[in-house]
Design a protein around this ligand. Structure first.
Ligand code: ZN
Length: 206
């Protein structure tokens, strides 16, 4: 296909989105060009709405609106402000909130330390976390960071710093998924499930 500058520009912009490779970006760009009324107009509207209304919470980093900053969780009077749950991204917060099992507040890192993709500690919202911990009265920081090599490295980095500040730091236990079985569980998950075990009397879901 001959090159059209604006079209190429859209492909490059789409390729930067998570989970979209070059081929998908090309297909999306072509579909949009063919379906201006059906796809492009609502997309432009939605993007404009995001641009005009959405920001990230100055405190925890979750997405919120300009007129609700700090976010609803940070400004709630019923949440325990002394417990901070650290997550990689905003969508982790939405998932944890759906499970309705945590009543503290959050802190989003916006990623994790990754030497492979060039993400350094200073690229994350770590400075904000350490400032928050020093400024506010925090009794515990819970690390709800994913378990893989980069997640483990990020968790180790944070827990070392927080230990030097004298803050109790825990990491959520990772275990066997509900409705699954031990024979389907990989060795690393099983090992973590053993390490994160609880007294049987505490294993109720409420
Ligand atoms: Zn917030």
């Amino acid at each position: 296909m001959h090159h059209i500058e604006q079209h190429d520009k859209l492909i490059r912009a789409l390729s930067r989105l998570p989970g979209i490779g070059r081929r998908s970006a090309e297909r999306i760009a072509l579909t949009i060009a063919h379906e201006k009324k059906l796809l492009l107009e609502p997309l432009l509207n939605a993007l404009q709405g995001v641009n005009d209304n959405i920001t990230t919470c100055d405190c925890c980093g979750v997405i919120t609106t300009f007129d609700a900053n700090p976010c609803a969780i940070c400004s709630s009077s019923t949440r325990d402000k002394s417990i901070i749950c650290v997550v990689e991204n905003s969508d982790d917060i939405l998932t944890i909130e759906k499970a309705d099992s945590f009543n503290g507040v959050y802190h989003t890192l916006n990623g994790r330390i990754s030497p492979m993709t060039g993400v350094r500690p200073e690229d994350l919202r770590l400075k904000e976390l350490f400032e928050r911990v020093e400024k506010e009265k925090i009794s515990e920081v819970i690390l709800a960071i994913n378990t893989d090599v980069e997640g483990d490295a990020t968790a180790a980095y944070i827990s070392e710093k927080l230990a030097s500040l004298g803050i109790k730091t825990t990491r959520i236990a990772f275990g066997i998924p509900a409705d699954s079985g031990i024979i389907y569980t990989d060795p690393i998950t099983l090992k973590r499930a053993f390490n994160g075990r609880l007294p049987a009397t505490k294993l109720n879901l409420n």
